[in-house]
Design a protein around this ligand. Structure first.
Ligand code: M6R
Length: 364
């Protein structure tokens, strides 16, 4: 049941600290990432020359976060493909490729077909999946289950953040095995990951503040979400979430790209949700926010607490509890999920069953 919550989506958002705990606990030994119990051998992480992530929708957005991390930490060649486009794009795939398929249900037909194609080309396939024994799990060489528990709401929430948690473990493992991280560095990365459940709890405790921010976008027909780097990756997901459950047209844009076109659409009727969690990108990001503000847009700002000191009070702001910058996607994702949820429920929609959508997509 819904455990007293009006909708599964809210229940599943609230479950995330526990879900993350379940995803990571049994995969950490003496502070180091450990996939022994999953039967995933180290060689697949050392023998590959490139990584291809294949997924759809929210799962693909988890892949985009992973791509940013793998590029910056491992300096490896990594592509993320929409499963529906993958095999028609003449991808470079062979024995030197590690394919990582990501799927909550394990039944998405586009992702399943892409895995079959990659395996035929000789790639090793590791999957990140929530549903045990599902078709993609059976088709894959190795599986890391997310252990999020059943996800009933059509809009994916805890599956996404547990997929991210598995990716952090993979990044730590690869960095250790490929000599990018020392043992101490690996352990400190893992320790930060282990803080995630507590940090998420803080966001959840502040949910009434986010509820108030939801009011600011309730009447919007169109909305933009802007950010740079990792912030852009998570806003793609935040924007999908809002579209799905609230039917507001929302576009995530890399802030620096706005002036190359879409800024023409910014008026006082297009609220802008901005995320600022990456210190090195902050000053550029803040000037992009000023640009849209000066065109009349109302700003809803999600900002890392320790970066928020000198920020103009003109913005409606939520402070995200601090983690190291590369982990800020965890608190930020929960905040964006809550925003979408409150907009939908305040509009009186059937949050768990948005129109035209199915939980499992088995047509190509
Ligand atoms: O079960 P999967 O993770 O393979 O599903 C992929 C997408 O269909 C799914 O994430 C979809 O985008 C959700 N409705 C997002 O909330």
């Amino acid at each position: 049941g819904k455990n007293g919550y009006p909708f599964y989506m809210e229940k599943e958002i609230m479950e995330q600290p526990d879900a993350i705990e379940r995803t990571i606990t049994n995969r950490i030994t003496s502070g180091m990432p450990d996939f022994t119990a999953d039967g995933v051998p180290d060689e697949i992480f050392t023998q590959c020359e490139r990584v291809n992530i294949i997924a759809c929708g929210t799962a693909m957005h988890a892949g985009l976060v992973a791509q940013a991390l793998i590029k910056s930490i491992l300096h490896m060649h990594i592509d993320v493909d929409m499963a529906s486009e993958f095999m028609y794009s003449d991808p470079v795939i062979d024995e030197k490729s590690l394919v990582i398929a990501v799927s909550q249900s394990g039944e998405t037909i586009d992702t399943l077909e892409a895995v079959k194609y990659a395996k035929k080309r000789g790639a090793k396939c590791l999957s990140i999946i929530n549903v045990k024994g599902s078709s993609i799990a059976r088709e894959s060489d190795y599986v890391l289950y997310t252990n999020a528990g059943p996800e009933i709401a059509v809009a994916s929430t805890k599956a996404y953040t547990t997929q991210l948690a598995v990716f952090y473990l993979i990044v730590a493992k690869m960095a250790q095995l490929r000599g990018v991280f020392s043992q101490e560095e690996t352990q400190s990365f893992i320790r930060e990951l282990q803080r995630t459940p507590d940090v998420m709890k803080k966001v959840l405790e502040g949910r009434q503040e986010i509820h108030k921010l939801a009011n600011k976008v309730l009447e919007a027909k169109d909305l933009f979400m802007i950010g740079r780097g990792l912030d852009y990756s998570i806003l793609l997901e935040g924007s999908l979430k809002l579209k799905e459950v609230s039917y507001i047209h929302s576009e995530a844009y890399a802030s620096g790209e706005l002036k190359h076109g879409p800024i023409a659409l910014i008026t006082q009727d297009t609220p802008v949700v901005a995320a600022v969690t990456q210190e090195k990108l902050m000053s550029k990001e803040l000037s992009n926010i000023k640009e849209v503000r000066s065109r009349g847009a109302d700003i809803v700002l999600f900002i890392k607490e320790s970066l928020a000191k000198d920020i103009d009070r003109a913005y409606d702001t939520f402070h995200l509890p601090d983690m190291q910058d590369e982990f800020m996607v965890m608190p930020a994702s929960v905040a964006l999920q809550l925003l979408a949820y409150y907009v939908s429920s305040d509009k009186g929609f059937d949050v768990d069953k948005p129109r035209n959508l199915a939980k499992v997509v088995t047509v190509e």
